[in-house]
Write a protein that binds this ligand. Structure first.
Ligand SMILES: Nc1ncnc2[nH]cnc12
Ligand SMILES: [Zn+2]
Length: 344
């Protein structure tokens, strides 16, 4: 049984920093961590909400110091993603989280970009880079960083908006998104993860985004659901993330089946796989185990990711053909795309 070919559209590269790599980079860079060992570090991975995760996520970034560190982290993700069936990845990074630690834009951007540049030949995964801005930091700072990214001709195709959602609405970032649109960049934003449906509306109406990251709280607003279905707005859903951050109680309670049923354009993504218990294959594995999706439903989720990706029509046709072949091969004898071989 071959792996389900998919596009990963919602992935924070800093969220792929595995505990083992954190310790290795700390050692390489002579950084003292507040954890005695791997077990001690792993014991921190219990989250009560988004903020409790973000605290650890930002803290662990201290080990990322050089271009090589960023490139090593990115290559480790690409290798793992390829083994999970990912054929195209649109990778977000958080430049402000590094600038605030005294790491230059060149170091973090060039480090990640250098690994992405050889991804297709090395791992068979085509990639794009998206700069995400921290919504819990001043909007003026985000705009200044975007100007610097543009000035250095950073190889980004778009911008995103992430970090602590509640109390930091999309309406605060209109100038940032106007600048990004004017520069010809694609625009996406996290909305409706912990925040209300109104934030999804704002992201669409004020920031004019092409995709919504998460968006699961749209279901609380029937008019919004109808609009999202009508426009086929992509929602990049992250099931294991939602469970680990307690947005839903258990995977059984996850609204993905309901969202598919309603005709929303939903895809499956891993968000911060090193923190949330799995990469793309593990997300599909657990969905399959919980909801018993058939080959048609799994293929639909994969097709949604490909039709929502920022890729050429030729690449889209190529990936849709791969999914079609997988679907034919899988019908009638469906096993889940397995992660057993690469599980930690
Ligand atoms: N799930 C998430 N939500 C908001 N900001 C993030 N940054 C990294 N992961 C995030
Ligand atoms: Zn995210």
């Amino acid at each position: 049984m071959s792996l389900l070919p998919t596009a990963e559209l919602h992935l924070h590269i800093e969220g792929t920093l595995e505990p083992e790599l954190i310790l290795a980079l700390a050692e390489r860079n002579g950084i003292e961590l507040p954890y005695a060992n791997l077990e001690d570090l792993r014991a921190q991975y219990q989250f009560t909400d988004l903020q409790s995760f973000l605290n650890l996520y930002y803290e662990n970034m201290a080990v990322l110091q050089t271009e090589q560190d960023f490139a090593d982290m990115t290559r480790a993700y690409l290798r793992r993603a390829a083994a999970a069936g990912v054929r195209h990845a649109e990778v977000m990074m958080d430049p402000q989280a590094h600038l605030s630690r005294g790491i230059t834009l060149e170091t973090c951007v060039n480090g990640v970009a250098s690994a992405l540049a050889t991804s297709e030949e090395q791992f068979g995964v085509s990639t794009e880079l998206i700069a995400a801005f921290l919504r819990d930091e001043p909007a003026e700072e985000a705009l200044a960083v975007l100007e610097n990214l543009l000035a250095m001709d950073a190889p980004i195709i778009g911008i995103g908006l992430d970090s602590a959602e509640v109390g930091n609405p999309p309406r605060d970032f209109v100038a940032l998104y106007e600048r990004a649109h004017a520069a010809g960049l694609k625009c996406i934003a996290h909305a409706g993860e912990e925040g209300p449906p109104e934030y999804i509306r704002e992201a669409l109406d004020l920031l004019k985004v092409a995709r919504i990251d998460h968006g699961i709280r749209c279901l609380e607003d029937e008019n919004l659901v109808e609009r999202l279905v009508e426009d086929q707005t992509p929602l990049t859903v992250c099931p294991l993330s939602n469970v680990r951050l307690r947005t839903v109680d258990t995977l059984t309670d996850h609204p993905l089946p309901q969202m598919l049923e309603r005709g929303l354009n939903v895809s499956v993504n891993s968000d911060d796989p090193a923190y949330f218990g799995g990469y793309m294959d593990e997300n599909f594995n657990q969905l399959q185990g919980t909801f018993a999706f058939d080959a048609n439903q799994l293929a639909q989720l994969a097709r949604n990711s490909v039709r929502s990706a920022f890729i050429t029509d030729a690449r889209r046709r190529e990936l849709l053909a791969e999914i079609g072949a997988w679907q034919i091969e899988s019908r009638g004898r469906l096993e889940v795309p397995t992660s057993a071989d690469h599980r930690r």
